[in-house]
Unconditional design. Structure first.
Length: 526
């Protein structure tokens, strides 16, 4: 499906870039509309809207054909494009008021993009045919200004309302004014810049269309390594050698830390004086020493795991991230008591993966209403494993000068995926054949584009291995390793022409797969 959409968009770009080809492109788009394939029709309408903007008053004869497909539109961009066409050529469409009124009936349920376009189109219609649309424009202005909490929609509604009520001629000049023609400038790139972008095709420079030095504050000199012979990549079906690019591991991506509060925590070691002592952190550096060009810290989402009532005035929020090759627990402590809090320490109960702190908790003395962040590196300690089934729940005890407090938190499983998860050919083949395939449907994926999926998953240490197209389906193969016992995971992701996706995972440590599948589903839907 995505490839068909790209094809339709390419036809539209040809029409905009090559005026001599515009007539032929319009004819092809009309033929595609006649197929009545829903997503093709919608993509064609989006493209035709841009053609109308490029060549005004030239192809309006096809508007009647477009209006025949109003009932099939269910995508916001397609609806907004059709509404723009109706509003722009309202004086040539006899039943333009009826068409726009059909959209107005579901105004509050529509996407913001559709609401904004519908508001503008109805105001255009009113300025062109004021006699029979006064009630409609009053209705849409009321909806936009009084029954919505979207500031963009509300502000535009008030602007139109004031223009129409104070100076209709000014409103015509603003709303019906001549618009600049659109153009396709995708190829207007300086030759020197183009050479630089091609040399940095695998970096952010090719995305930003800027040379690296324009957005990287500090560039370290890298000694050039002699070119190595390319490794081999696997054929997704037979796993025979093909071209293979081994991608270096990338920094781990953001984590999503769901948490839950337990009623009781059992078998937790008693915390006492033997807990690691804390030392106050150093005072902030002077303003003169502050690095204004330092890279901003990654914002890690945190959830409240211990509220002030449970913590006798101490609130704790928690999140997880993978950094420097290990999981890290990111904590924020807030003192909501009337006195100072000190003597902070932390301890984990035994858990499925043997996760435990590898350093003491560093939290300074907290005065009333003060907060402090703490980053707690975690490692895997075999003596901390509870021998039970795989679970990503952690039972935690936190001590301060007031008392010992307990909470439970679940960590995102991807923080356990290691940076050496790209498997060798033999190991990958062995994993592929250890069990029968068990495909599970995936829903709510934010993208099914194979190239985007490869980039997205590598941020979470899920490494691309191979890809293949057959039976109108895209087969993508990945691998990963879990920090516990370096357990390897085989990943097969199948995307069909309709954008539907299926997941198939295998591992010798089968108890890890439910947690891995859940984590992968969360990553793909975020």
């Amino acid at each position: 499906m995505w490839s068909l959409r790209k094809s339709v968009r390419a036809i539209g770009r040809c029409a905009i870039k090559i005026e001599k080809a515009a007539e032929r492109c319009i004819a092809v788009l009309l033929e595609l509309i006649q197929t009545k394939v829903n997503y093709v029709v919608q993509e064609a309408i989006i493209v035709i809207k841009d053609v109308f903007r490029k060549y005004p008053n030239r192809y309006e004869k096809i508007i009647a054909t477009l209006c025949e497909n109003l009932d099939t539109l269910d995508e916001p961009e397609a609806k907004a494009s059709m509404i723009w066409i109706i509003g722009e050529y309202a004086e040539r469409i006899e039943n333009a008021n009826e068409l726009l009124d059909s959209f107005l009936e579901s105004f509050q349920d529509e996407n913001t993009q559709v609401q904004l376009q519908l508001l503008t189109a109805i105001v255009k219609l009113f300025l062109k045919r004021p006699k029979d649309t006064q009630e409609m424009v009053q209705k849409v202005l009321n909806l936009a200004t009084q029954e919505t909490d979207n500031p963009d929609l509300r502000d535009r509604g008030y602007v139109y309302w004031r223009l129409l009520s104070t100076d209709p001629e000014a409103a015509k000049a603003v709303v019906l004014g001549e618009k600049p023609l659109i153009s396709d400038s995708t190829t207007n790139i300086d030759e020197n810049l183009l050479d630089q972008l091609l040399a940095n095709i695998s970096t952010l420079a090719s995305i930003y269309h800027k040379p690296p030095e324009s957005f990287v504050t500090k560039l370290k000199e890298v000694k050039k390594q002699p070119k190595k012979e390319k490794k081999k990549k696997y054929d997704a079906e037979s796993l025979l050698p093909q071209e293979y690019d081994s991608n270096p591991s990338s920094p781990s991506g953001p984590s999503s830390p769901p948490t839950s509060q337990p009623k009781n925590i059992l078998d937790l070691d008693i915390l006492g004086e033997n807990l690691p002592s804390t030392t106050p952190t150093t005072a902030p550096s002077a303003l003169g020493e502050f690095d204004f060009f330092a890279t901003p810290k990654e914002v890690i989402p945190k959830d409240v795991v211990l509220n002030a009532m449970q913590g006798k005035g101490m609130q704790v929020t928690c999140g997880f991230v993978r950094k420097d090759g290990h999981p890290s627990m990111e904590l924020t402590f807030t003192n909501q008591t009337a006195g100072a809090l000190s003597g902070f320490a932390i301890q984990f109960n035994k858990n499925s993966f043997g996760l435990s702190p590898t350093a003491a908790l560093q939290v300074p003395v907290l005065m009333p209403q003060q907060s402090a962040d703490a980053s707690l590196p975690l490692g895997i300690n075999p003596q901390m494993m509870n021998g039970l089934g795989a679970s990503n729940a952690l039972q935690v005890a936190v001590k301060n000068s007031v008392d010992v407090f307990y909470f439970q938190v679940t960590f995102p499983f991807h923080v356990l995926l290691t940076e050496n998860g790209l498997l060798g050919r033999e190991e990958f083949i062995a994993l592929k054949s250890i069990a029968e395939d068990n495909y599970k449907p995936l829903s709510r994926m934010t993208t099914t584009d194979p190239d985007l999926l490869m980039v997205k998953l590598q941020k979470y240490n899920i490494f691309y291995v191979a890809r293949q197209q057959r039976d109108q389906q895209e087969f993508l193969y990945f691998s990963a390793k879990v920090a516990r016992d370096e357990a390897s995971i085989f990943v097969e992701l199948v995307v069909d022409a309709m954008g539907n996706a299926r997941l198939n995972t295998k591992s010798r440590s089968a108890d890890l797969l439910p947690l891995f599948d859940q984590a992968l589903g969360t990553i793909l839907s975020s």
